[in-house]
Design a protein around this ligand. Structure first.
Ligand code: THU
Length: 157
């Protein structure tokens, strides 16, 4: 038996003032997307924004349903818009925020898997910017850092 350890490198910015301007704009875009959240059941508004390689910004927000399992997450809605409206553009980065601003907004497992699929599809890392508590922001250089041992199409071959 060999015991192995997994290490994840990530950055924590105390505030957005420490971030490059294009990421400040991406986070602002995700915050603006909160207004498009339809979340009458959980009351938990999530906003997402995607930065494409040509600089285009795309928004997503969670959309809930009285039939709870049909609720759609902000991240996957943003990915659907990016893939359908801008199919030629690779995704550079994604920001995820919540209206509740005192928490780390952890993307759910299903969203991590779908973001991973997009990263594999484009063969380009997707930088993840995630809202942390007290105005902080966390960044991960690839969704793979949030989904170690992720399942991909290559596993089906
Ligand atoms: N939600 C997201 O939009 N993204 C996530 O990664 C986690 C959860 C939404 C789904 C639901 O509308 C609400 O948050 C509560 O789970």
């Amino acid at each position: 038996m060999v015991e192995l350890k997994l290490q994840v490198e990530y950055c924590c910015y105390a505030s957005t003032t420490e971030l490059p301007l294009e990421y400040v704009a991406l986070l602002d875009c995700a915050k603006k997307a909160l207004a498009k959240s339809y979340s009458p059941y959980s009351g938990f508004k999530v906003g997402a924004a995607i930065l494409l390689e040509d600089g285009t910004l795309v928004q997503g927000a969670n959309q809930e349903n009285a039939s709870y399992p049909l609720c759609l997450c902000a991240e996957r809605n943003a990915l659907a818009v990016a893939n359908i409206q801008h199919p030629q553009q690779k995704i550079k980065a994604m920001a995820v925020v919540a209206e509740k601003d005192d928490i780390f907004v952890s993307p759910c497992g299903a969203c991590r898997q779908v973001i991973w699929e997009n990263e594999q599809r484009n063969q380009t890392p997707i930088l993840m910017l995630i809202q942390g508590p007290q105005g902080s922001v966390y960044s991960f250089t690839s969704i793979g850092d949030l989904l170690p041992f992720g399942f991909s199409g290559a596993d089906l071959l």
